[in-house]
Design a protein. Sequence first.
Length: 490
Amino acid sequence: MPSILAYDLGASSGRALLGRLNDRLIEVEEIHRFGNDPVAVGDRLQWDILRLFHDIKQGLLKAKHAGEEPVSLGIDSWAVDFGLIGRNGELLGNPYHYRDRHTDGVMERTMARLTPERIFGRSGIQFLPFNTIYQLAALKEADSPLLEQAKRLLMIPDLLRYFLTGEMHSEFSNATTTQLYNPLLGGWDGELIAEIGVSPALFGPVVQPGTRVGAVRGSLREELGVGAVPVYAVAEHDTGSAVAAVPALERDFAYLSCGTWSLIGTEVDRPVMGELARELNFTNEGGVNGTFRLLKNIMGLWILQESRRTWEKAGLTLGFPELVRLAEQAPAFGAFIDPDDPAFLHPGDMPARIARYCADTGQKAPGTPGGIVRCILESLALKYRYVLELTERLSNKRFGGLHMVGGGIQNALLCQWSANAIGKPVWAGPVEGSALGNLAVQWIAQGEFADIWEARRVIRDSFPVTAYEPRDGAAWDEAYGRFRALAGLA
């Protein structure tokens, strides 16, 4: 069976997986897993992009050592971050991490100048302080010499593909997240780009998922002893790949891609860019086959991950299964947070921030790790309900349940509490959502699947889906009312 290679890069780790089709069932094999820790240098938080590229090469080497010759490869990653390529074709500095503070206050200043109505009306993208538009505006405000020297802007998968192939292309799903792509024009918005003070020439042609964008370059073939593996642009925003892998049988479905971030929404044929979408701060990110993902970002399990790091620094080492067990034993509905409060955006002492949030909202803060984790997970589940209801309102659809994909579904307690909160079934699976969507787009491009719907049917047949039925409806309804009041959610 010929294999293909998918690189799935998350905000804390990355994987290289081989995919094979065997009698219309998908088999996946993880051949390389690696960390992806940001590096703080002075006041800046940056990605170790060259280490990531080293691990891309290690994936090719490990495939070779396993006797595999992949017929293609693709890369997906997080969104919004980018590298700048200089006139000599070399990278100008390490890409900044989206949680770096250099964008503090920049979104507000940019919105005051360009107006939210104009920015959203030309991009259809949710206002988040780390969007690419505000990262570029921050560089301009700081009079960064990088902008003067830059020839091309490449999003993170674009950049890694450039290292692999020597060719520069911008991929559709990731381009839309910048808040500088105009879906009505079908390309980069030159007016918005010029008005933040950067050159539109930085932005190259945009290709759709499934486009072949080169092959492993000669110098790498010689270094690694591999062939000229074709490289495809997939849905390179990892959420775009995760949504491509949702094993839905119905055309109108709601999804939750659950990991460091939680992203809830539905798939639509055209962007929803009216006044209500702007007021609700929804986003229209590009998907597969020209579709759009009408969704909203929620802070996600980042708050739990940072809490665990804080406890580890204090000498308390608890694995995620142990933390979930402690949360299940803690009292129910003791306190709530809004996961999207700005206090939880940047790295730091999350238990202290949760205590401060509780004090500010007149609640008794949880005093144990179990209580803190329960507060986080219950608050996430209740925020999921809130955003799912907004999604139904904005899309004029009614969903019979919620498809959950991604690494977060390994937390069965969160899946069950999500079902309880929304009062509808949750269908959890597959865990490897982004990697499977990455593989699926490659197979569609190669003619193995007719379209994304055939790919989804095969994914459903290949991987288990666990159903969670809602429980304790009255208690969760009462908690939802208190959560909304405390969080100030209309």
